[in-house]
Design a protein around this ligand. Structure first.
Ligand code: G3H
Length: 516
C-alpha cells in the first residue's frame, strides 16, 4: 500500500509533529521537561514506506504519578472536598461546560484518531460523536437518578433517604481501539457521581487527548481530573501500591487488570469496573440465511480489523452448510477494500501496533501446521503495516487461534454436527461476553437462546456482536468483564447506595423538616 504526500488530503496531512508536553495535575497545566516518548503512526507519509512521526508525549514515572494521585485524594478530601459535596446541578454544569468545549475539538481529535490508530474517517467521526452523545445522555440519566432519590421512604417506623454516593478516587485506564470513547465512558460517569480521578491515556491514541486537556482544566475544580502520560507499569503500578485508589476503571486486558489489582494492598477497598477481552463466537445453524450470516460475520469479525473486544473471534458453522458458507465468506473477505483511513469506502486499514502483522502470522503458521487451510487466496498477504485477513478452516482446539484473543485480522472457522459442541466450548472458555446466533427455526432457537444467555451476557440474533446502543448493558462473565457499563449502569457502577435513617420521632421530624 503506497502513500505519497499528495495522496493524503491536505486537511489530514501531518505538517509537523505535535510536541505534547502538557499534563494536568491539581488544576494546573504543567509543562513537562523530562524524558519523552515518540509517537509514530504505522501509516507512511512518503513514497518509500516509513512510519510517520506524529509527535512526542511525556514519559512520566512514579513521582508524577503519585503527585497526580495526591491531587485526586486532596480533591476528594475524605468526602469533604468541593467536588464530592457539590450540588448536583453545579456538577452537571461543569460537565456541560466540558462537553461544549470538547465539541469544538472534533476535527483535531478525528484527524489524530485516523493517524494514531488507523481508524477510518467515518468510524473516527462516529467515535467522537458517540462520545458526545454518551456524555449528554449521562447528564440526563443523572438528573433522573437525582430526582428519584429525592423521596423518603418509611419501613417499620424508620424513614430512609436513600441516595447514591461517590466511592472516592478512581484510576482510569482506557484501551487503544477506542481511546476516546471507552475512556470517556469510564471517566465521565465516574466524575459526575462525585469521584475524583487520575487518568492515563492508552499507548496508541494518546496525542488525541492533548486538545482536551485545556477543557478539563477549564471545566472542573482543581484535582478532580488529573492527566498523566507514560507506560502503564511506571504510572499505574505505583499508584495502586499506595492503597489509596477506591476504583480501578480499566478497559483492556485481564492480565493487566489482575496485575494491577494484586498490587493494591487493601483488596476489599478496591472496587473494579473492568471491560476485558473476549472470544465472541458466531454460531451458524443449518437453516440460517447464509447471505445475512456472511455479511454480519464479515462486519463482526473485521470492523476496525477485528480490533474490538466485541469482534467475532471464532465462527462455528453447521456441517451441512459449512462448504457453502466458507466459499462465499472467503470470497467476501477478499473483496474488501484496504486503504488509509481517509480513503473513501475503505473497510480495512493499517494496524497501529507495529508487531501485530507478525503476531497474526504466527497464529496462521501454527494453525496451518496443525492442519488448517487458508481458504482465501489473499489470506496472510503482507504489506508494511497490514496482513490480509486469513480465513482458516478447519480449526481445532489445539491451535493458538482457537484460544487466543487475536484482536486483529484472522478468522478461525470450525464446523459442528451437534449444537452441544459449541455450547461445551463456550462453557469451557475463560470468556463470556456475547454470541451471535444465526438461524430461523423458532423451535430450535428458543431453547438455545435461553442456554446461551446463561453462558454470555448478550445473545445477538441474526446479527453481529456489538456494544451499542450505549443505553444497553455492556458486560461479560468470567475474564470478560467486572461490573456493568451503559449510560444507566455506569452511574451505578461508580457509586454506592448510602442513606440517612431516622426513627419516626418528634425530634427527628423537626430536624428533617428544617433540613429540607
Ligand atoms: O472494544 C470493545 C468495544 O467496546 C466494542 O464496541 O461493539 O461498539 O465496537 P463496539
Amino acid at each position: 500500500m503506497e502513500t505519497t504526500l499528495n495522496t493524503i488530503p491536505e486537511l489530514f496531512r501531518i505538517n509537523e509533529p505535535l510536541i505534547q508536553d502538557d499534563y494536568l495535575i491539581n488544576g494546573q497545566i504543567l509543562s513537562w521537561e523530562g524524558p519523552t516518548a515518540d509517537v509514530f503512526s504505522t501509516i507512511s507519509s512518503t513514497e518509500e514506506y516509513a512510519p510517520t512521526l506524529l509527535g512526542k508525549v511525556p514519559n512520566m514515572a512514579e513521582e508524577e504519578a503519585l503527585r497526580a494521585l495526591d491531587a485526586a485524594v486532596s480533591a476528594y478530601d475524605k468526602g469533604q472536598g468541593v467536588w464530592p459535596t457539590m450540588r448536583v446541578s453545579d456538577r452537571i454544569e461543569c460537565i456541560e461546560r466540558f462537553v461544549s468545549i470538547m465539541e469544538t475539538k472534533r476535527d483535531e481529535v478525528v484527524k489524530l484518531l485516523m493517524w494514531e490508530i488507523g481508524k477510518s474517517l467515518n468510524d473516527s467521526k462516529k467515535e467522537f460523536d458517540r462520545t458526545i452523545d454518551y456524555i449528554h445522555d449521562t447528564i440526563e440519566d443523572y438528573k433522573n437518578l437525582d430526582r428519584d432519590s429525592a423521596k423518603f421512604e418509611k419501613n417499620d417506623g424508620v424513614y430512609a433517604h436513600i441516595r447514591r454516593g461517590p466511592l472516592g478516587v478512581v484510576l482510569c485506564l482506557g484501551p487503544y481501539n477506542y481511546p476516546l470513547n471507552e475512556t470517556f465512558c469510564l471517566l465521565i460517569p465516574a466524575i459526575i457521581m462525585g469521584n475524583t480521578a487520575v487518568f492515563k491515556p492508552a499507548k496508541h491514541g494518546v496525542l488525541l487527548i492533548a486538545p482536551l486537556i485545556e477543557a478539563f482544566k477549564e471545566s472542573f475544580p482543581k484535582g478532580v481530573v488529573n492527566i498523566v502520560f507514560g507506560r502503564g507499569r511506571a504510572i499505574a503500578g505505583p499508584i495502586m501500591k499506595t492503597g489509596k485508589v477506591d476504583v480501578l476503571a480499566l478497559i483492556g486486558n485481564s492480565l493487566s487488570a489482575n496485575a494491577l489489582q494484586t498490587q493494591h494492598p487493601k483488596s476489599n477497598r478496591l472496587r473494579l469496573v473492568l471491560g476485558l477481552e473476549a472470544k465472541n463466537p458466531a454460531i451458524v445453524l443449518p437453516d440460517a440465511d447464509l447471505d445475512l450470516a456472511i455479511s454480519e460475520c464479515i462486519s463482526g469479525a473485521l470492523s476496525f480489523n477485528g480490533q474490538r473486544c466485541t469482534a467475532l473471534k471464532v465462527i462455528y458453522v453447521h456441517a451441512d452448510v459449512v462448504d457453502t458458507f466458507n466459499k462465499k465468506f472467503a470470497a467476501a473477505v477478499d473483496s474488501l477494500k484496504f486503504g488509509n483511513p481517509w480513503d473513501p469506502e475503505v473497510n480495512l486499514t493499517p494496524l497501529p501496533e507495529p508487531g501485530k502483522p507478525a503476531y497474526i502470522q504466527e497464529l496462521i503458521d501454527d494453525a496451518v501446521e496443525k492442519g488448517a487451510k487458508i481458504l482465501n487466496p489473499r489470506g496472510g498477504e503482507h504489506s508494511e503495516n497490514y496482513i490480509w485477513p486469513a480465513v482458516l478452516y478447519p480449526v481445532n482446539k489445539n491451535m493458538r487461534v482457537y484460544s487466543e484473543e487475536q484482536f486483529g485480522p484472522v478468522i478461525p472457522i470450525l464446523s459442528f454436527n451437534d449444537i452441544q459442541e459449541p455450547l461445551d466450548d463456550m462453557a469451557e472458555s475463560n470468556y463470556g461476553q456475547q454470541v451471535s446466533l444465526f438461524g430461523s427455526d423458532v423451535f430450535a432457537l428458543a431453547p438455545l437462546i435461553d442456554t446461551l444467555a446463561n453462558l454470555v451476557c448478550r445473545v445477538n440474533l441474526n446479527s453481529s456482536c456489538q456494544r451499542g446502543p450505549d443505553v444497553y448493558p455492556f458486560t461479560g462473565r468470567k475474564d470478560s468483564a467486572v461490573a456493568t457499563l451503559s449510560v444507566h449502569d455506569a452511574l451505578r457502577s461508580f457509586s454506592i447506595r448510602t442513606f440517612v435513617a431516622s426513627k419516626d420521632t418528634e425530634l427527628n421530624k423537626e430536624i428533617l423538616e428544617k433540613l429540607l
